[in-house]
Design a protein around this ligand. Structure first.
Ligand code: WTA
Length: 652
């Protein structure tokens, strides 16, 4: 075994020399797109091209118009068309005779299996839609969804879409406190949640936790999942199964304007208050349908698609729910963690269901590398033909490992760059048409335009680092931040004006138009591909009674990309201790969620500040990552740094 590892390491080191990988011939032969003519065609008339792609959807009335840019940056797409997302995801496939097709091979943590067909989803969705109506939810009312990875989460989202109630899904890893905040911000009328959630063999009482903080909604609908005995049901609480049972089985899909909001999804920005990113129906669905089909080279009759994300993130919305269902895909959906019940569970599921396409995050790949090739090699992965990644830059070593160990050097790897705000994939390689460069995402997709700019908005020379921008509206783009048009304009469209979208990522572009993304330039952290804001974590830490001040930074981390490091000053003469570290970590878990807990807490007598009182995070980052300190002369009190450096050395 040791011999194999060395062989593998040697082979990977050799591959590391290779900057360019052509798509494997066998793949190209059957690929939907084999050359760059689609890019060229779209470039000649982007709006007209997108209008053509919108025909892949079913419209109750076809749109004549594509982009309306008369009021930038408030763009609309296909505004004169009407459609329904759930009809597009379900009814039309069932009407076409695909009712028995499996939409999801669902696997529970303890090995349970459910085969979720399109017909079942349609039946359940109609009932759930009527149940929502029965409980006072109408068109335009926001519905919160706080559910684990179970088929009901898909039903809940589509039921909302059926009646035109925008959903607001909160990732199951967030705390009840975060859920309450998001329900409040979005003025939600109802919440769909669960009795309990399972995580690595343990059960967490979700409904009880939700009750403990109190939700500002009239109705809470509770899915019975773990069968927890202590699931408190009070006034305004209804069981999902009872509500669906009592509901009428038929619910005509609402005929909604293309710009009707489909969902809100809260995402971290550079202030403590999360941003309610708002997506609409026609443009979003057009974008995710096209990209899901062509980036993953999807053949719905023969492919089995497995995206390991959680539905609570945008990747789950676009590439577990809407994209795949629009394309009548058969997917694998797994409830559990990647290392439960064992470290080879993903590969076991790939084999079991014959997965042909696998989409995950670089952080997960790095974890798999650490766990060892034996977990991958145990499974027969010969049906895999395409691999994808998303969420953060992938380091070439991890890319090559994925390509070689998981893909057996026969599966193209698509490194897909996009954001919650963009709705769908924006930059990548089309797998049958473009060479791959490990660590470099690819080119803007057909219809998409990107440029790397200076602060002033000038294009930087090729190969030079600058700020990534999107220079043309696209159908899946966010339309605003929920209830806050000013923040929408201020965050994305103020720097360079209302025609150039500020991404917030540093990047470079090469002579072949390939974009490599370096990382965020704002105070947004990326831990294991999860977006968090330093301000949000800081405000959670400071709300702890013993803390006076806190500064949070993302420190480079081999496993998770970045990790949360917090510099904390305590009230009065209090001294830091291991118990206090545990207390603060727990406090953050309760306020935001476990994923935001600082990996490292550094006690500071004071924080380095400029004369105007701004915390100099750059210096804290240098300290945490063990670098030589840069210029400290602008500090109000340069001694602060010496004290902090001393602390770090003590620990090391
Ligand atoms: C980062 C996730 C490099 C980037 C879909 C972006 C990436 C942020 C990539 C959005 C990639 C995402 N290469 N960086 N392929 N994909 N990012 O909103 O910094 O959770 O701005 O959306 O993740 O994160 P979000």
């Amino acid at each position: 075994m040791a011999g194999t590892t060395t062989d593998l390491e040697r082979q990977l080191a050799e591959l590391l020399e290779q900057e360019r990988f052509e798509p494997p011939q066998a793949f190209v032969q059957d690929a939907l797109i084999k050359d760059r003519s689609v890019h060229e065609e779209a470039e000649r008339d982007p709006e007209g091209w997108w209008r053509e792609q919108a025909r892949a959807l079913h419209w109750f009335s076809e749109p004549e118009q594509a982009l309306d840019d008369s009021n930038p940056p408030f763009y609309t797409w296909f505004a004169d068309g009407t459609l329904n997302a759930s009809y597009n995801c379900l009814d039309r496939h069932v009407e076409a005779g695909l009712g028995d097709r499996v939409a999801f091979h669902w696997r529970g943590e303890e090995g349970e299996e459910r085969e979720i067909t399109y017909a079942w989803l349609l039946e359940q969705t109609q009932r759930a839609a009527n149940a929502l109506k029965d409980h006072g939810v109408g068109e335009g009312d926001v519905v919160g969804i706080f559910l684990p990875m179970i088929p009901e989460v898909v039903v809940a989202m589509l039921a909302c879409a059926r009646i035109g109630a925008p959903h607001n899904v909160v990732f199951g890893g967030f705390s009840a406190e975060s859920v309450r905040e998001r329900m409040e911000f979005s003025d939600a009328k109802a919440l769909i949640t669960v009795d309990g959630a399972r995580r690595k063999g343990k059960v967490a009482a979700v409904k009880a936790a939700v009750d403990a903080v109190g939700m500002p909604v009239k109705t809470t609908i509770v899915v019975r999942h773990t069968g927890l005995e202590e699931c408190p049901m009070g006034e305004g609480d209804v069981w999902w199964h009872e509500a669906l049972e009592a509901a009428d089985p038929e619910c005509a899909p609402a005929q909604l304007g293309a710009e009707h909001p489909l969902f809100i999804l809260y995402s971290s920005g550079s202030t403590a208050k999360p941003k309610g990113i708002q997506h609409t129906t026609g443009g979003y669905l057009t974008h995710v349908a096209w990209t899901h089909k062509h980036v993953f080279d999807l053949k719905p009759e023969s492919d089995v698609y497995f995206c390991s994300a959680d539905v609570g993130w945008i990747t789950g919305h676009s590439y577990i729910v809407y994209g795949p269902l629009l394309n009548a895909t058969t997917s694998v959906m797994y409830e559990g963690a990647p290392d439960y019940p064992h470290k080879g569970i993903w590969w076991e599921l790939c084999e079991r269901y014959g997965a042909t396409i696998f989409y995950t995050a670089p952080t997960a790949i790095r974890a798999c590398i650490k766990w060892g090739v034996e977990h991958v090699e145990k499974a027969d992965l010969s049906r895999l033909r395409l691999l994808g990644t998303v969420g953060e830059p992938i380091n070439p070593k991890a890319w090559l490992w994925y390509w070689k160990v998981v893909g057996g050097e026969r599966c193209p790897v698509v490194d897909t760059w996009w954001q919650t705000e963009t709705g769908g994939i924006m930059i990548t390689t089309l797998p049958g048409a473009q060479a791959m460069k490990p660590g470099v995402a690819g080119t803007p997709l057909p219809g998409i335009a990107a440029a790397v700019l200076t602060e002033e908005g000038e294009e930087v020379p090729r190969g030079t680092q600058g700020l990534l921008s999107l220079s043309r509206p696209w159908p899946g783009m966010l339309r605003t931040l929920f209830g806050d048009d000013d923040r929408y304009v201020g965050t994305y469209w103020e720097k360079w004006g209302p025609e150039t979208y500020l991404v917030g990522d540093a990047s470079k572009q090469d002579d072949e138009d390939y974009v490599s993304v370096i990382g965020r330039v704002d105070d947004v952290l990326n831990v294991s591909g999860h977006r968090m804001s330093t301000a949000e974590i800081e405000s959670a830490i400071v709300s702890h009674g013993k803390v006076a001040e806190a500064a949070v930074i993302g420190a480079a981390d081999e496993d998770t990309g970045q990790s949360v490091a917090a510099f904390v000053t305590l009230e009065g003469d209090l001294q830091g201790s291991d118990e206090l570290v545990a207390e603060i970590r727990e406090h953050v878990a309760v306020r935001i969620g476990k994923l935001a807990r600082p990996k490292r807490i550094i006690w500071a007598d004071d924080l380095p500040k400029t004369r105007s009182g701004k915390i100099m995070r750059r210096l804290l980052k240098d300290i945490a990552e063990g670098r030589e300190l840069g210029d400290v002369t602008t500090l109000r009190d340069p001694h602060v740094m010496a004290q902090l450096e001393g602390k770090i050395k003590e620990r090391a």
